[in-house]
Design a protein around this ligand. Structure first.
Ligand SMILES: NC(=O)c1ccc[n+]([C@@H]2O[C@H](COP(=O)([O-])OP(=O)(O)OC[C@H]3O[C@@H](n4cnc5c(N)ncnc54)[C@H](O)[C@@H]3O)[C@@H](O)[C@H]2O)c1
Length: 429
């Protein structure tokens, strides 16, 4: 047998190979690893030199390396922010806390005495100075927003070590339908990879928190049955944004099924209000109307009306809080499921769609300016013709009942806009 032939005849000594053939074999067996190491090193060299310039996700990955949280002050701030001040209060990690919805939800939780820690990466999708202003607003109420990415597993781990969160309100996401054609990777980074990163942490946590997270009405995509009900089909997304939100709902199902995480997805319908998002029509219409610039009003084929189920932020906040309050505990611990856990999806809309041209008429009255309307065909870049929520499930199970009509809500928005930006000097970017 070969392996016995090559064994030393005397312990401690190796048999001297005599034949030139054997010498060659010895040489080549020594040379082999060297040769393959060189080939391997060469391949690494070629890979690094030929790889394309840094993509967004490379950049985001590099920016994940946050180390500031080793600082003692950081721990103190997190603990203070997470302090529960009411009996039966909960402790909530709010992701996307410097965002529009995140700021309002964080403030509302803090107001009623819950512990709140925010997390946001302050990305530049829209003017980060608005996010910083929201952070300053929250800071005054005692909410601390940690600057970091939901993909940063070590940061998440640190936060869960510092605070045994009972709930996670997950609002961080790459929002916007049209931007997906410009920067598709950012949607995968935040809405898919980021969601999985967070769920991984929640599943490992002991106790596991219950999670409420933002899906979107966009999952209804090309569905034409109105009003949109949670039972309707959601397998025809019209944008990558919608597809990542739909993927999120499927991923949530998996973590609920395998690990016993209690998960509630909320399909928001066009949320608007003070401190809103500058990329949304009601916001940039206001900005452009005040500047005397034309605004695009889309219409569908055959002059079809484009309409949205505009939902005021305070109504959405009530829905979010009700979802947190009715969330059952997760059943797993340390990555192991102990029994079936709650899995829910709700529409949070206003259930009264308004044509976009009516929205402009209301803005004209409130801002006292005449809009320069540019009527255009609805481009096929992700927008759908209308949205309309059936909210009976949320009404029944969450006690959700929107109370703000578009006229009232826009009045509050324009008042905020004018006080924040002034009527022209400073304006939204
Ligand atoms: N506003 C709406 O009309 C609407 C409608 C449907 C769904 N939603 C969903 O609701 C949630 C909140 O929306 P919004 O309007 O407040 O948007 P927003 O953009 O104002 O807030 C999202 C926040 O998440 C942060 N963020 C993004 N990626 C992150 C990451 N990888 N790590 C950490 N932070 C990250 C952003 O900096 C931002 O501050 C989002 O999930 C959005 O998709 C909103």
């Amino acid at each position: 047998m070969k392996h016995i032939d090559s064994a030393p005849s005397t312990p401690g000594k190796f048999k001297i190979e005599k034949s030139p053939y054997n010498r060659l074999r010895l040489h080549s067996s020594l040379a082999k690893p060297t040769f393959w190491s060189l080939v391997f090193l060469g391949l690494i060299f070629v890979f690094f030199y030929r790889s394309p310039p840094h993509t967004t996700s490379d950049l985001s990955r590099r920016s994940l390396r946050t180390t500031f949280y080793r600082d003692a002050n950081f721990e103190k701030r997190v603990r203070a922010s997470a302090k529960i001040r009411s009996t039966n209060g909960i402790s909530v990690l709010v992701t996307g806390a410097a965002g529009f919805v995140g700021t309002h939800v964080s403030a509302a939780l803090k107001r009623r005495g819950d512990g709140v820690v925010g997390l946001d990466n302050f990305n530049h999708y829209y003017d980060p100075s608005l996010k910083k202003a929201r952070r300053a607003l929250l800071q005054r109420t005692g909410v601390y927003i940690v600057e970091g990415d939901i993909n940063d597993a070590s940061l998440l781990k640190k936060l869960f070590q510092l605070v045994p969160f009972t709930h996670v309100m997950h609002l961080a996401a790459q929002a916007g339908v049209r931007y997906a054609m410009e920067n598709p990777r950012s949607y995968v980074h935040s809405n898919i990879a980021g969601l999985v990163s967070l769920l991984e942490l929640c599943k490992e946590a002991n106790p596991q928190p219950s999670m409420v997270w933002a899906s979107s009405s966009s999952v209804y995509g090309l569905n034409t049955k109105v009003p949109f009900s949670e039972r309707d089909r959601t397998d025809q997304p019209a944008s990558l944004y919608a597809a990542t939100k739909k993927a999120g709902e499927e991923i949530a199902h998996t973590y609920n099924h395998i690990y016993g995480l209690s998960l509630t997805g909320l399909r928001f319908f066009t949320v608007y209000g003070p401190w809103g998002r500058p990329d949304m029509a009601y916001f940039f219409f206001t900005r452009d109307m005040l500047k005397g610039k034309p605004i695009p009003i889309f219409e569908a084929g055959n002059h079809g009306t484009v309409a949205r189920d505009f939902t005021y932020i305070d109504d959405i906040v009530k829905g979010c809080l009700a979802a947190l309050d009715t969330a059952e505990k997760s059943t797993g611990s340390g990555g192991k499921k102990k029994g079936p856990a709650q899995l829910r999806v709700y529409n949070l809309g206003n259930t009264s769609p308004v044509p976009v041209s009516d929205l402009v008429s209301i803005l004209e009255r409130l801002l006292k300016v005449k809009a320069k309307r540019l009527v255009m065909k609805l481009p096929r870049n992700g927008d759908v013709q209308f949205t309309h929520a059936n909210i009976s499930l949320a009404q029944r199970e969450l006690g959700y009942k929107p109370t703000t009509d578009l006229q009232t809500g826009l009045k509050k928005f324009t008042q905020w806009y004018l006080s924040y930006y002034g009527s022209g000097k400073k304006s939204a970017r």
